[in-house]
Design a protein around this ligand. Structure first.
Ligand SMILES: *Cc1c(COP(=O)(O)O)cnc(C)c1O
Length: 428
């Protein structure tokens, strides 16, 4: 891909658009006229194929009813396995190490209840202080369910600057009291990508199991969880994976753990050919599928078929390449255009430490976000002072990034944010 040197102009942006190899994918999505969508890291846009897949599954319900479980184009009973196979390349795992089921938070409960086995001195869970709240609430309740006090047993590694978590600090906290480690792959605010391979190696050296929440990396950053020997992971499919609001989530369990009984078992934990024996003795499936608790949310799986097809065609390595290039382009434009206006970049600069979004900081972030929305740019806002902007490989153009930065500039230059209230919206 072309390097960006010198002054960036709109013509330069158009040149990149003509050459980036993602033009055909932009047409696959429902982009709204007059809007620049910069929030695909929170809720990915709807693809045209998603609608087709939902319609197909609605038809299978209409025409096949109960027989849809084993008949039709996508027999529902086997749909999670089909999706696991399609998703595995994004995780860097074997198909049977992946299961598309549950929600992120319920999958955290599932896997923490499976892997957190406090005993003797080893009773603590190691997390970090910048993690997404739902992950922390789940860890706290799992600690409580084991009869411990979360205030004592949950360690949250401190950030030195409020933005990043240093791997060295995490490793220093891996003491012999730690029973389990659970960390994000990419931090949801600053977009920092942790060194998953190094952390896994260090954890295992100390005999500690380690899991990751990949919500903010799946679909933007390639993973090699099997090769790195990560014990388990969870993620959602509605951010970079464009699976739709509240779509079914995913989980990964390293095959060396196959056969262990899920902390939260249900009839879908059974070997598939035994499930309908209706025995009261659970014969656990020896795959990540064992961690699915109950019946699949078939209609919510439909858009994920479409999304994973697109990823298979585009290739996650190319997605990452464009994502790194377009986020770097945005950082260069921020540097070029927004100097002296109170903006600063809060995400890591190096490619190896950066996820898929830009974390732009400004003391007036809330009001600037409101102004952006009124001017057709959809960002999101994270307290206290963050404007998150995610140019998405599949559907964001370089020209849109250029225009977004111009709008960010004029909103502050002309003080247009001042007409808005300072209170945060309910969903921001
Ligand atoms: C998006 C996200 C969640 C959301 O969890 P749900 O169960 O889907 O509501 C949880 N954790 C992280 C790190 C996230 O980014």
């Amino acid at each position: 891909m072309m390097k960006t040197t010198g002054m960036i102009t709109k013509e330069k942006a158009r040149e990149f658009d003509a050459q980036d190899g993602f033009q055909q994918y932009r047409d696959e999505f429902f982009l709204q006229p007059g809007k620049i969508y910069m929030d695909g890291n929170s809720l990915g846009l709807m693809s045209k194929r998603a609608k087709v897949k939902v319609d197909e599954l609605m038809e299978s319900w209409k025409l096949l009813a109960i027989q849809g479980w084993t008949n039709g184009k996508y027999p529902w009973f086997y749909l999670p396995e089909k999706l696991s196979e399609m998703c595995a390349p994004l995780i860097g795992a074997e198909s049977n190490e992946v299961s598309i089921c549950g929600s992120t938070t319920s999958n955290i409960h599932q896997l923490i209840s499976t892997f957190y086995k406090p005993s003797g001195r080893k009773t603590k869970i190691l997390a970090d202080e910048l993690t997404f709240p739902s992950d922390i609430y789940a860890l706290q309740s799992q600690i409580k369910l084991q009869g411990y006090d979360p205030d004592k047993q949950l360690i949250r590694v401190k950030s030195r600057d409020g933005r990043m978590i240093e791997e060295d600090d995490i490793i220093a906290a891996m003491t012999d009291e730690v029973a389990l480690i659970f960390l994000p792959t990419v931090l949801y605010r600053s977009g920092q990508l942790l060194d998953i391979e190094r952390l896994t190696k260090e954890a295992h050296k100390r005999g500690i199991q380690i899991g990751f929440d990949a919500c903010h990396s799946i679909g933007a950053v390639p993973h090699r969880f099997s090769e790195w020997d990560v014990d388990f992971a969870v993620w959602c499919n509605y951010k970079y994976l464009n699976g739709g609001p509240g779509s079914v989530a995913g989980l990964y369990v390293n095959k060396k753990h196959f056969g262990i009984t899920p902390g939260l078992a249900g009839w879908y934990s059974s070997k598939k050919d035994k499930q309908f024996d209706m025995s009261h003795t659970l014969d656990v499936e020896e795959s990540a599928g064992a961690f699915q608790v109950g019946t699949s949310h078939v209609l919510s799986l439909a858009p994920i078929i479409a999304s994973l097809e697109l990823f298979a065609e585009a290739d996650i390595e190319k997605v990452r390449e464009k994502s790194l290039h377009i986020t770097r382009f945005m950082m260069q434009l921020i540097e070029q255009e927004l100097k002296g206006l109170g903006y600063s970049v809060g995400n890591p600069i190096d490619d190896e430490r950066r996820g898929g979004h830009i974390c732009l900081e400004h003391d007036e972030a809330i009001r600037i976000c409101k102004a952006l929305v009124d001017e057709g740019v959809i960002p999101d806002n994270r307290p206290p002072n963050i404007i998150r902007l995610a140019p998405i490989a599949f559907y964001t153009s370089y020209e849109e990034v250029f225009d977004t930065v111009q709008i960010l500039k004029s909103i502050v230059l002309e003080k247009r944010y001042e007409q808005y209230g300072k209170e945060r919206n309910v969903v921001s």
